[in-house]
Write a protein that binds this ligand. Structure first.
Ligand SMILES: [Zn+2]
Length: 419
């Protein structure tokens, strides 16, 4: 960078608002943090060259900004903020500001083949910012302390048995859960100090759930693409399995995935207590009741029956085929997540409510994080968890003609979490 005086001289004749923005950008340039550019670029799901195209520089230049070898000009910082949808101040280094250094290798991803690298990077950048938000909130209110066996400040040194079912039983014992059904999986994780968040991007179906133990607080990222509460609960238990069993993440590792599934099955359906109620032959009437009682899908119950030796090869395959038919005819349907408040993350939202009451609201939090308030709302899932408002104002407009049948939408489903 050249000295800042000439640039300053250059901007004095510009319109005031832009002038102020450029003054701010000048300050930000001095403290420009390349890692923040990486984070914002990944969140916007842009490759370096795609970003370079948008701001009219070379991909190599973007690489250099991110590596910190050169700093962008103030005008370019403004452009970056605009293109990436972050405040100009987002790019400035600040000593006290929470900063999560996380990369894809540190997260338990189920598959590397089904996703593109930039999709996983986006997921990880999202998890990092959600953690940053939780950290800033944790400075204002007391979040639940982390109660995860083997958890030592930002890593897990597994302290449960290596065998997944035994690990699940041990965790149930330590958490005092007995052998009963788990009423609310997401709320349980939050009560143990684990951050749970729902991935709001359209590629969620491919990225699937993932988790990381490499931040000062564990983060579990779930997806709602199937809009099935049973699927969500199983995914939450699966990620919990990774967190207690697998100290080192091995993204896409088949053995880790199998172990996490076995953990989830025993955690949600302990063999000792579910065995007596599982039928010895295929019986969808019983499965449907057990589904409600245990909060697991019929699919999981059939799989569990096979696993516990209650169904042989042939009945198992027939059950699978029959389930497929019942789903096709919509007799068996997914259970919408919206109907289950206990399976929706609330920890950060409630923390913000308390913080706001004590005088530190969303604006102060945004200042602390160099985020916009929109970003905070996005991370809290604000705009998506609220049911859409019923609009009946069309009947109230003076002189308005009565609407015909079918024109008034009395209510609709809450929008799915898609970007
Ligand atoms: Zn997994």
């Amino acid at each position: 960078m050249t000295s800042k005086d000439p640039t300053k001289k250059k901007v004095t004749n510009l319109p005031t608002r832009l002038n102020i923005q450029l003054e701010l950008a000048l300050d930000v340039v001095e403290l420009f943090d390349g890692a923040r550019l990486t984070q914002a670029r990944q969140l916007a799901a842009l490759t370096k060259s795609a970003l370079a195209d948008k701001i009219d520089v070379s991909a190599a230049a973007v690489g250099q900004y991110e590596a910190g070898t050169i700093r962008p000009r103030p005008e370019l910082v403004l452009r970056l903020a605009e293109v990436l949808g972050v405040p100009v101040r987002f790019f400035a280094f600040s000593a006290g500001r929470p900063k999560a250094s996380l990369d894809v290798s540190m997260a338990h991803f189920s598959s590397l083949r089904s996703t593109r690298a930039y999709e996983r990077e986006r997921g990880v950048a999202y998890a990092a910012q959600v953690w940053e938000l939780s950290h800033a909130l944790g400075e204002r209110v007391r979040l639940p302390s982390i109660d995860l066996p083997g958890w030592v400040a930002g890593e897990v040194v597994p302290s449960v048995p290596g065998e997944p079912a035994a690990a699940a039983r041990e965790l149930r014992r330590r958490w005092g859960l007995g052998e009963a059904a788990i009423p609310h999986m997401v709320r349980l994780l939050e009560s143990k100090g684990i951050i749970v968040t729902l991935l709001p991007f359209s590629e969620a179906a491919r990225v699937k759930a993932f988790s990381t133990a490499r931040l000062p607080r564990p983060v579990v990222v779930l997806t709602t693409d199937r809009d099935d509460v049973y699927h969500l609960r199983f995914a939450a238990a699966h990620e919990l399995g990774h967190l207690v069993m697998h100290g080192e993440a091995q993204p896409g590792d088949i053995e880790h995935e199998r172990e996490a599934d076995a953990f989830a099955a025993e955690f949600l359906m302990p063999s000792a207590s579910i065995m007596p109620s599982l039928p010895g032959r295929v019986d969808f009437n019983v499965y449907a009741r057990l589904q409600t009682a245990w909060g697991v899908s019929i699919r999981a119950l059939i799989y569990r029956s096979r696993e516990l030796g209650l169904l042989g090869d042939m009945p198992y395959r027939r059950a699978w085929q029959r389930l497929h038919e019942l789903q096709e005819s919509l007799v068996v349907q997914p259970e919408p997540i919206d109907a289950y408040p206990g399976e929706q993350p609330v920890l950060l939202k409630r923390a913000l409510e308390i913080s706001t009451k004590s005088g530190v609201g969303i604006e102060a939090l945004a200042d602390r994080l160099h985020f916009s308030t929109e970003m905070i709302n996005f991370y809290l899932g604000e705009e998506v968890n609220k049911l859409p408002e019923v609009d009946v104002s069309d009947f109230l407009e003076p002189g308005g003609s009565p609407a015909r049948m079918g024109e008034v939408r009395m209510f609709s489903r809450a929008p799915r979490r898609r970007s």
